[in-house]
Ligand binder design. Structure first.
Ligand code: NAD
Length: 297
């Protein structure tokens, strides 16, 4: 297929690489970052030119305003869209704005799927992403061969645009609250005199076992806070979840508390650290690190 792929960062670069390796022709437009090394892609001047050359345009951009700009801004995707072309937004953005963007794409004669992902950089590199999709079943079927090149657990969550984004935000609530729970549990156990590494190993065999305890728990103990998934991006996602909940008249009290703890991470200079660095805030509140020292800063 002729595929446009815009947003070649941590996630997008390996994803576009898999599509190129599967034999698709990749075209892109860049803002500031250069073309990732080794990626077989043609660079065109702007998103409209990319769309004019593509049967499907995939977006993997940081945040809602970026997707709005690339789709609907001057020389945006919509300005060059081929009739019947498929726009697939794999970024994590606002579900409400997604519905408006989907309507704009349909108005321009295209089809739209929101298809955010979970699985992180490792999932992008290994083509094992979880993909959560909102949109029409016929469009989902068209996109399925592309999704199968990028991931494994692929679900059409709902036929309404934004359903994939809502599912992704639910995912981010579970992950944030689980990171918070793991951080509290390890700090508690360490302060009570237990070795947090042994506590983690013991818990991995029981009902408290989880991917977060396994991966993020290990990072907390090994003090490996390079991203991974940046606190800044997780805050964006919890902000989207809290905004969507407010629009529904819904309280998410523990999500709001996790967001405040991420804000405290900002204050400690950790906005670009991995989200497992949330433990640093819990350690600061405890007055002791997992290793029993006074917290720095
Ligand atoms: P990133 O910042 O590494 O990459 C974004 C890329 O988009 C950058 O290369 C940037 O230059 C490019 N870009 C921005 N505006 C552009 C424009 N106007 N034209 C062309 N390119 C433009 O971010 P990422 O970590 O790859 O995340 C992308 C999305 O995926 C985000 O919505 C994020 O929440 C989501 N996500 C990330 C992860 C993760 O572990 N990093 C996991 C799941 C989902």
């Amino acid at each position: 297929m002729d595929i446009g792929f815009i947003g070649l960062g941590v996630m997008g670069a390996p994803m576009a690489g898999h599509l190129a390796a599967a034999g698709h022709r990749i075209r892109t437009s860049l803002n500031r970052a250069p073309l990732p090394q080794g990626l077989a892609a043609e660079v065109l001047p702007d998103p409209a030119a990319v769309a004019a050359a593509s049967e499907a345009v995939i977006l993997m951009l940081p945040d809602t305003p970026d997707v709005v700009r690339v789709l609907t801004g001057p020389r945006g995707v919509i300005g060059g869209l081929r009739p019947g072309a498929l726009v697939i937004d794999m970024s994590t953005i606002d579900p409400g704005e997604t519905r408006r963007l989907a309507a704009a794409v349909r108005e321009a004669g295209g089809a739209f799927l929101d298809a955010p992902v979970s699985g992180g950089e490792v999932g992008a590199r290994n083509a094992t992403l979880t993909i959560m999709v909102g949109g029409a079943p016929a469009d989902f079927e068209r996109a399925l061969p592309l999704f199968r090149t990028l991931g494994r657990n692929i679900t059409l969550v709902g036929e309404t645009s934004g359903a994939g984004q809502t599912c992704k935000l639910a995912n981010q609530i579970v992950v944030a609250l689980t990171i918070e729970a793991v951080a509290e549990a390890l700090v508690f156990a360490a302060r009570a005199g237990c070795d947090p590494a042994r506590v983690r190993a013991a818990l991995m065999g029981g009902f408290a076992a989880s991917r977060v305890l396994e991966v993020h728990g290990e990072r907390m103990i090994a003090r490996r806070f390079e991203p991974g998934f940046r606190i800044r991006l997780h805050q964006k996602d919890l902000g989207l979840a809290l905004g969507a909940a407010r629009a529904l008249g819904l309280a998410l009290p523990a999500t709001a508390a996790a967001q405040e703890l991420f804000s405290a991470c900002h204050a400690l200079g950790l906005a670009d650290a991995d989200h497992s660095a949330l433990v640093r805030v819990i350690e600061t509140l405890a007055g002791r690190t997992l290793a029993g020292q006074a917290p720095a800063g």
